[in-house]
Design a protein around this ligand. Structure first.
Ligand code: OAD
Length: 242
């Protein structure tokens, strides 16, 4: 079992603003594949084909089949102890903000409520043309879905080359600037702008803690690197904080 420094628990008790920023690694222990690394999705699939507007325009059927497959997978998996620990932290720490790049909805299902979803949420759909949310069930056997405006319906996730939702990204940068304790958890810290958040927090005086099974580009500037699985380390932090 990993040794959590007492100093970290003291910092958590005294912090006035705590931010946790998560990536695909927090959901790995639930059975959701990560994007990079040995079994990463982008090693086997082409992101330009499956996760870009151009790819969608070229072959909407293929992109929809891929997202329906991922939705089915995400419906079948459960939040893991790492997600649950983050939901507990929200209740235990007075000012806690959770930022995630994940679209899998597992943080909400684990009970977190203050979440900034930077890359959208795979359970939602919207119109490609007018942006209006689309609440009806997607049934590919009945054909591709269209909006009342005539536009094509697409998953409400951020694709390569697209802007992030403005409210979320603004709030995430503000939270990183104000944080005195910043956790970066289960992310390769490669995809911008989310990757900039821990660096910004550090420059503004935050104590930066990284939790990952392996070092990343953030590790050398982080104040504390806890190497291991988030589903084991986060519950231990919560246990010590109680
Ligand atoms: P990546 O797949 O790039 O990175 C996952 C990270 O999690 C790696 O650094 C792993 O070492 C780490 N990891 C794996 N299992 C872990 C565990 N059990 N505990 C802790 N860490 C673990 O995923 P992201 O950084 O989230 O964007 O990728 C960022 C974005 O790239 C995604 O949101 C997605 C993707 O393309 C879009 O689709 C827009």
């Amino acid at each position: 079992m990993i040794n959590i420094p007492e100093q970290l628990i003291a910092r958590l008790k005294n912090a006035s603003k705590v931010v946790a920023s998560t990536g695909a690694g927090v959901s790995a222990e639930s059975g959701v594949p990560t994007f990079r690394g040995q079994d990463g999705i982008w090693n086997k699939m082409n992101p330009e084909e499956l996760a870009s507007v151009d790819g969608f325009m070229a072959n909407p059927q293929l992109v929809w089949e891929w997202y329906q497959y991922r939705r089915d997978l995400m419906d079948k998996v459960e939040p893991n102890p790492g997600h649950k620990a983050l939901a507990d932290l929200e209740k235990m720490v007075s000012d806690f903000t959770l930022i995630t790049q994940n679209v899998d909805n597992l943080h909400r299902r684990a009970g977190s409520s203050r979440i900034l979803e930077l890359h959208g949420n795979v359970t939602r759909n919207k119109c490609l043309a007018c942006d209006k949310p689309y609440a009806e069930e997607i049934r590919l056997d009945k054909g591709l879905p269209y909006c009342s405006c005539g536009g094509m319906i697409r998953p409400d996730v951020v694709w390569f080359g697209e802007m992030l939702p403005e409210r979320e990204i603004r709030a995430a940068f503000a939270a990183a600037e104000e944080a005195d304790l910043f956790f970066s958890i289960g992310t390769s810290t490669l995809v911008q702008p989310a990757a900039a958040l821990p660096f910004l927090a550090r420059r503004n005086g935050a104590y930066v803690v990284e939790i990952n099974i392996e070092p990343t580009g953030l590790t050398t500037i982080s104040d504390l690197f806890l190497q291991g699985k988030s589903g084991e380390i986060l519950p231990e932090i919560v246990r010590l904080l109680r």
